[in-house]
Write a protein that binds this ligand. Structure first.
Ligand code: AMP
Ligand code: ZN
Length: 145
């Protein structure tokens, strides 16, 4: 298990900073976000320090993924939410502020003020096929990653 002594989430998973824990496994800890988008907003934090999603080992990502359905059911039931968003911010450009990869599970309500302000940019002509090939080529080139 890797650890960064300067990392806030490493301190939280090692119990050196208090947190409101809702779930613990041998590989991950789920806590309430201290500054939630809505009450019941949970963070799932792998115990091992990996700055971003792209650096996470597959089995650890799979483990956290396996917790998501049960945790989401519990968050929705406990808050009476109408649904939820599960997001990972990767990189400061995407809004990541703590560089220890984590998942957000955010309860959502039909009357909440949260909006995804994401614009959409449709492909023109052959662009979509070209982009699919480019990503598939990268996946092939990185098959042994
Ligand atoms: P991100 O912007 O995706 O890196 O998310 C970091 C999240 O960590 C933010 O939503 C913060 O509110 C939350 N956060 C920061 N410090 C703490 C803390 N001590 N305990 C719980 N959540 C925290
Ligand atoms: Zn860390």
């Amino acid at each position: 298990m890797s650890r960064d002594p300067r990392c806030l989430f490493c301190k939280i998973v090692h119990g050196e900073i208090p947190s409101a824990r809702v779930l613990e496994t041998d590989q991950a800890v789920a806590i309430l976000d201290i500054n939630p988008v809505s009450h019941g907003h949970v963070l799932i934090i792998p115990r091992s320090h990996h700055a971003e999603l792209a650096e996470l080992p597959d089995d650890l990502s799979g483990h956290v993924g396996s917790l998501l359905p049960r945790l989401t059911r519990a968050v929705v039931a406990a808050t009476g939410a109408d649904g939820s968003n599960t997001v990972i911010n990767s990189g400061s450009v995407a809004g990541q502020t703590i560089f220890h990869c984590h998942w957000h599970v955010i309860p959502r309500f039909f009357d909440d003020p949260v909006r995804w302000p994401w614009p959409h940019h449709p492909y023109a002509g052959e662009e979509m096929g070209r982009m699919a090939s480019k990503i598939a080529r990268e996946l092939g080139a990185r098959a042994d990653d």
